[in-house]
Design a protein around this ligand. Structure first.
Ligand SMILES: [Zn+2]
Length: 665
């Protein structure tokens, strides 16, 4: 790893990476839109200009095609939009040409240039349930609402013409409305909602400062009108949104460094998001592209050999592009060995953006890729000598490694039924996440290049893993395993659980570590040498011994007696379960299943245990029965209810989404 790290350090260019960030952020990159396509074409051309094999994969986006479980919406284009206050004074509130985040993306078309609309202000925190009884028909409704749920009630029940929202997402401890007072939030009508046919709504987006000013204006005019009914009660505005939905396409950018075999190591980043968005995720795309160029240059100049496995970079419209790629690949998925995802990796660490966090794979896809990742993060921390004596070297940037968290394309790859363990790098907290404040000025070119280097160390090691590399990797895996055992013992103590519970926690930890060791087979398809076989047997034995030690110590310190399971376990008659879908579940369908279950209590539980759902899915991979899935999902999630897991599985089973493993095969 030292060698590849040093070579990449010499070759990766922060300036080139920054140039990609600048170019990408010129495009309004909404999934399935002309702006996204322009960005994809830029990336493809830039990779080709660097001498790399790169092309664009195009998929129909016509509202008909379905990739994995995801129904792909129609393409959307916006030519322009404006919102101008007419009375009591003239003022431009929104101009799409100046800031494309001033409308909710995927808004339907509207034109009220010739017939100004009244603006009605709703109180903060308004919902369908607490909405005051005001006539909203054919009005512009100012409210701090999210467009995420489609706001059907405002458009369909209240018959509003359109919405003006000044909502910014508040994340406890990370950011507030005050901190984002001059930023517009990225709002979009939900992609899954066929807005153009079903709702036909449109929305403008204001900064909180603009919103507060407009609210004051509404209040002042209402007060004046109260005193003198001859005066107008409300402000008016005119404007238009020129948008269109049509059968179009969505694109992935593919770039390949061919290896000796057709087995692939994946490097992914999402290319979509509104124009300004720089950290999210022009940074990840730029890092991936510059890494591919650097590897290409090192190979072409003979400083690196041709890799054993193929290295494949994929830039996607988030989730949708990954679904389309994996769907189309079919059985070819078996050739994908492991992956690295880059999503928000380059904002200056100046107090508005935190460490770049490497998120490990979910435990159901436990893999040594995680341990390789901690080695790579450490290898990159060599920017300058540590203070005073200078015998140690340290990194200029903050990195961290944490347990799995979803939310980007790695969550699809890492599904055991897809079978591509994928780590993901994401900077958090990020004050300007999903706002117009996420601009190119925040990007630290050196951080982008450093993350490219970390990713490069992982990808290159995976592509060329040799038996000689195993010793440091297995040592790190063992250290991480000891840390995981300690974590479990800590949680056990904190929660005042039984001796049996500790024994289970540690056993599940060992099970995951053992699965990660087994996964090594995929990196060495041939026969392992005798010393390596002996080394692996050693490691397996060490896992049990360390678990046993952790159990003994924790119980002794707590003054408790061990309560192991009987050594001869009763044979379970429960079938092992698997899913009939791979990748993300169709959330709408599952919500509907719960709605139709006829049990309000179950619907409540489903809302309460939202976090649990993806873990249940991951563990429903053909290896475990319902009880085992429940135990593992609740363990990994850290909260939840096992009975609920049982009900969830029964519901999905009845809908044909979950089946006994043997029957499904
Ligand atoms: Zn992102």
């Amino acid at each position: 790893m030292k060698e590849i790290n040093a070579l990449l350090k010499q070759t990766l260019s922060p300036a080139r990476a920054m140039d990609h960030v600048r170019h990408i952020t010129l495009h309004h990159r909404i999934q399935a839109s002309p702006g996204y396509r322009d960005a994809a074409e830029y990336c493809q051309r830039a990779l080709q200009a660097a001498g790399l094999d790169s092309h664009i994969l195009s998929y129909p986006a016509d509202g008909e095609h379905c990739y994995l479980q995801e129904h792909i919406w129609r393409e959307w284009g916006c030519k322009g939009a404006r919102l101008d206050l007419c009375a009591p004074h003239a003022e431009t509130l929104c101009d799409f040409a100046a800031d494309p985040m001033c409308i909710a993306q995927r808004s339907a078309a509207a034109d009220f240039r010739d017939k100004p609309l009244e603006i009605v202000c709703l109180p903060f925190g308004v919902t369908r349930e607490n909405c005051p009884d005001i006539d909203l028909a054919n009005k512009l409704v100012l409210a701090d609402v999210l467009l995420r749920d489609g706001l059907r009630w405002i458009f369909e029940e209240k018959k509003a013409a359109g919405v003006i929202t000044d909502r910014v997402q508040h994340d406890e401890g990370v950011r507030s409305r005050q901190e984002l007072y001059d930023c517009r939030m990225y709002h979009s009508f939900p992609f899954s909602d066929v807005n153009e046919r079903e709702v036909g709504g449109f929305a403008f987006v204001l900064t909180p400062r603009q919103g507060d000013k407009l609210r004051r204006l509404c209040a002042d005019m209402a007060a004046e009108h109260e005193k003198d009914p001859a005066k107008p009660a409300r402000p008016t505005a005119k404007g238009f949104i020129e948008t269109e939905f049509y059968s179009g396409a969505l694109e992935n950018v593919l770039c390949t460094i061919p290896g000796e075999t057709d087995e692939c190591i994946m490097l992914t980043a999402h290319l979509c998001h509104p124009q300004a968005c720089a950290n999210d995720n022009a940074s990840g795309c730029a890092a991936a592209m510059e890494l591919m160029r650097a590897l290409g240059e090192l190979i072409a100049s003979g400083r690196l050999p041709r890799p054993r496995r193929t290295i494949r970079m994929l830039l996607v419209p988030e989730m949708a592009g990954t679904n389309a790629y994996l769907h189309t690949l079919g059985e070819g998925r078996k050739k994908l060995i492991a992956g690295v995802n880059l999503d928000m990796v380059g904002a200056r660490q100046d107090g508005t953006a935190g460490p770049v966090i490497a998120f490990r794979t979910p435990e159901a896809s436990a893999s040594l890729v995680n341990d390789l990742t901690s080695l790579a993060v450490e290898a990159a921390e060599d920017d300058y000598p540590a203070v005073f004596s200078g015998t140690e070297r340290v990194g200029a940037h903050l990195y961290a490694v944490r347990r799995f968290s979803g939310g980007s394309d790695h969550q699809i790859f890492s599904d055991p039924l897809i079978g591509v363990p994928c780590v993901s790098f994401t900077q958090w907290p990020d004050l300007f996440y999903h706002t117009s404040g996420d601009t190119v000025e925040r990007i630290d070119p050196v951080l982008v290049a450093t993350t490219a280097r970390v990713a490069g160390c992982i990808v290159w090691s995976l592509a060329n893993m040799a038996e000689a590399d195993l010793d440091p990797l297995l040592s790190r895996a063992c250290e991480n395993y000891v840390a995981a055992l300690r974590r479990e013992a800590g949680l056990w103590k904190q929660n005042h659980e039984s001796a049996r519970a500790l024994s289970r926690r540690l056993a599940l930890t060992e099970e995951a570590a053992a699965r990660a060791l087994d996964g090594l087979r995929r990196l060495f398809p041939g026969e392992l040498s005798a010393p390596v076989q002996a080394m692996l047997a050693d490691e397996r034995a060490k896992l049990s011994a360390l678990r046993e030690q952790a159990l003994r110590r924790a119980l002794a310190l707590a003054g408790m007696r061990r309560d192991d399971e009987p050594s001869v376990k009763p044979v379970s008659t429960l079938p092992r379960l698997t899913r009939t879908f791979a990748g993300d579940a169709d959330k709408d369908r599952i919500n509907q299943l719960f709605e139709e279950s006829g049990s309000p209590a179950l619907v409540e539980q489903h809302k309460k245990y939202k976090e649990l759902e993806s873990y249940i899915d991951y563990w429903t991979c053909g290896l475990f029965n319902a009880e085992e899935i429940a135990e593992r999902a609740v363990w990994e999630c850290g909260s939840g209810d096992r009975d609920f897991v049982g009900q969830y599985l029964r519901l999905l089973n009845r809908a044909g989404l979950v089946k006994p493993a043997d029957k499904a095969q």
